[in-house]
Design a protein around this ligand. Structure first.
Ligand SMILES: *[C@@H]1O[C@H](CO)[C@@H](O)[C@H](O)[C@H]1NC(C)=O
Ligand SMILES: *[C@@H]1O[C@H](CO)[C@@H](O)[C@H](O)[C@H]1NC(C)=O
Ligand SMILES: *[C@@H]1O[C@H](CO)[C@@H](O)[C@H](O)[C@H]1NC(C)=O
Ligand SMILES: *[C@@H]1O[C@H](CO)[C@@H](O)[C@H](O)[C@H]1NC(C)=O
Ligand SMILES: *[C@@H]1O[C@H](CO)[C@@H](O)[C@H](O)[C@H]1NC(C)=O
Ligand SMILES: *[C@@H]1O[C@H](CO)[C@@H](O)[C@H](O)[C@H]1NC(C)=O
Ligand SMILES: *[C@@H]1O[C@H](CO)[C@@H](O)[C@H](O)[C@H]1NC(C)=O
Ligand SMILES: *[C@@H]1O[C@H](CO)[C@@H](O)[C@H](O)[C@H]1NC(C)=O
Ligand SMILES: *[C@@H]1O[C@H](CO)[C@@H](O)[C@H](O)[C@H]1NC(C)=O
Length: 455
């Protein structure tokens, strides 16, 4: 059917090849390829930039900015943490807009005690509402960073640190080593810090440029293989031309009966609220409603209407996780008809075209203050949209599952699709004719009804 023509992004694919002859001798070969490359976002990365703003008697003051250059992968609550290893015996005297998780052993200091004396500090963001005297510009977002496509203005975050026992010129300062970025789990690999051309800053009146005394960059890339995550999302399908609803594959994200996937919550529990712990705090480990698929997120694709020149799809995203409100969620959908998307209701849309000519991938996300928050499991735990596509007569068909998406990601994670042979079928082979006939009959019936109503 030609589905999954490209490798799975974030890339972990396993090929097991057994030729018939080899099979006889019962030996198979198995390769596992891993790479941190996402075909839908080939240059996606997180860049961490250190700008030394001033030298101090025993070190420097630096502003560290984390830019999320990934199109659709964002960092959600409880947020990022950034670690590194100092090259020498540096300490952090003070910080603004961020803090280290541990102070470490500062017993060798008298009088002024540093903020952190650890050789391998870990920095986290401060929460919104931090007192102004501890903030710097662009800080204090609780570790949340938006994706570049969704909102470049909130896709970066900064903190400032004053480093002591460090070099005090661009010749003696040593760049930190072994950067680690958690977002909040594993998945990112960071390269070494590279000294680059000093950043330039424009003054508030836009009439003068200033520049950093020294700048270095660190680039981190994501790999789903490193993240070692079980799937977190699955896809179900239905259509107007077949009453079968194809559900998410059983055990797509875990099985109810295995201890591995942990516990789940029966939505019919009489005192649901008291069973769900720590409500009001987003947690990284999901607590899902008991379903056959056990996924925190289900995306349903319904082929809703067939018009002469157009066809219409309804997309519903349902949250089955009781302890996560997904802020700034996003969906990436691949379908060949996206090059003729005519209208989309109540979601934002941006085409992702990493290969220029191929315009079959869409990024969809919520409208600010309307449905950009996908609420925790429950009656409000869903968002939906309708998409209107113009038919390209040379490719359009309802046959062989063509009308269904090739793949879907929710928040950058690949959603488990039903097997292609389970897709809803057209009632019979001469189906296209039948659908047009049905459409015609419906039109005539409604015209008759219309005339009767006004007779
Ligand atoms: C990181 O992303 C930016 C923006 O897309 C790009 O300009 C830069 O080349 C990327 N860096 C690497 C090392 O891929
Ligand atoms: C250090 O500063 C000098 C001028 O003060 C400059 O010529 C040199 O390129 C700088 N070196 C680095 C590594 O930035
Ligand atoms: C830092 O990274 C280098 C090279 O990647 C590695 O050899 C070294 O063991 C790491 N150091 C620590 C303390 O993790
Ligand atoms: C360093 O990062 C900044 C911010 O992302 C970027 O503008 C700059 O081009 C980068 N420099 C290099 C040499 O990659
Ligand atoms: C768990 O349930 C799934 C589907 O309901 C079934 O396929 C599987 O065999 C069960 N496993 C065990 C260990 O009972
Ligand atoms: C989600 O948001 C609702 C309404 O703002 C709030 O009542 C609920 O506690 C939040 N849940 C979590 C897990 O943060
Ligand atoms: C992709 O298709 C959409 C919908 O027709 C269109 O709005 C967009 O401009 C196209 N993008 C590119 C890069 O061709
Ligand atoms: C669909 O989009 C393609 C590429 O943008 C365009 O060449 C073609 O004419 C469009 N088809 C229709 C029916 O609009
Ligand atoms: C609807 O699709 C299912 C496959 O999902 C198929 O088994 C069934 O026969 C189809 N129904 C009709 C009326 O063709």
């Amino acid at each position: 059917m030609g589905l999954l023509a490209l490798p799975i992004p974030g890339s972990f694919f396993k090929v097991i090849s057994c030729s018939v002859l080899v099979l006889l001798s019962l030996s198979c070969t198995s390769f596992t390829a891993t790479e941190a490359y996402d075909p839908l976002d080939p240059s996606g990365n997180i860049t961490i930039k250190w700008d030394i703003m001033s030298w101090t008697p025993d070190g420097y003051v630096a502003v560290v900015t984390i830019y999320n250059f990934q199109q659709y992968r964002h960092i959600q609550a409880p947020g990022w943490s950034l670690g590194w290893i100092w090259a020498k015996k540096e300490v952090i005297w003070s910080m603004m807009g961020g803090q280290t998780t541990e102070q470490g052993d500062c017993s060798r200091f008298k009088g002024n005690i540093p903020h952190c004396c650890k050789k391998d500090p870990t920095v986290v963001d401060l929460l919104p509402g931090t007192p102004y005297n501890q903030q710097i510009a662009n800080c204090c977002k609780g570790g949340v960073i938006n994706s570049w496509a969704q909102d470049p203005a909130t896709a970066a975050t900064s903190f400032q640190l004053s480093v002591g026992q460090a070099g005090t010129t661009n010749k003696t300062v040593r760049v930190p080593k072994n950067f680690t970025l958690k977002a909040p789990g594993p998945g990112y690999t960071c390269g070494p810090a590279k000294i680059v051309k000093p950043s330039k800053f424009i003054t508030a009146d836009k009439r003068r440029f200033t520049q950093a005394l020294m700048t270095w960059n660190v680039t981190c890339t994501y790999s789903q293989f490193l993240a070692q995550k079980a799937p977190t999302c699955c896809v179900s399908l239905s259509s107007f031309y077949n009453s079968t609803i194809v559900p998410c594959p059983t055990c797509a994200c875990g099985c109810q009966n295995t201890s591995l996937s942990g516990s789940c919550i029966d939505p019919n529990t009489p005192h649901l609220a008291s069973v769900v712990p720590s409500a009001g705090k987003n947690s990284y480990t999901p607590l899902v409603q008991c379903t056959s698929h056990m996924c925190p997120i289900r995306v349903h694709w319904h082929v809703k209407v067939n018009y002469k020149e157009y066809w219409r799809v309804k997309v519903t995203i349902t949250n089955f996780n009781y302890i996560m409100n997904y802020t700034q969620w996003n969906l990436v959908v691949q379908h060949p008809n996206f090059d003729n998307l005519t209208e989309i209701f109540s979601f934002n849309y941006k085409p992702l075209t990493p290969y220029g000519a191929i315009n079959d991938t869409a990024m969809l996300w919520g409208v600010k203050f309307y449905n950009d928050l996908l609420m925790q499991a429950g009656p409000a735990g869903n968002v939906q949209s309708e998409l209107l596509f113009q038919k390209d007569k040379s490719t359009f068909t309802f046959e062989k599952g063509w009308a269904f998406p090739r793949r879907i990601y929710f928040n950058g994670d690949n959603c488990v699709m039903p097997p292609p042979d389970a897709y809803p079928w057209l009632p019979n082979a001469s189906s296209r004719q039948l659908i047009y006939t049905l459409g015609l009959v419906m039109t005539i019936l409604s015209a008759v009804a219309f005339l009767q109503g006004y007779a």
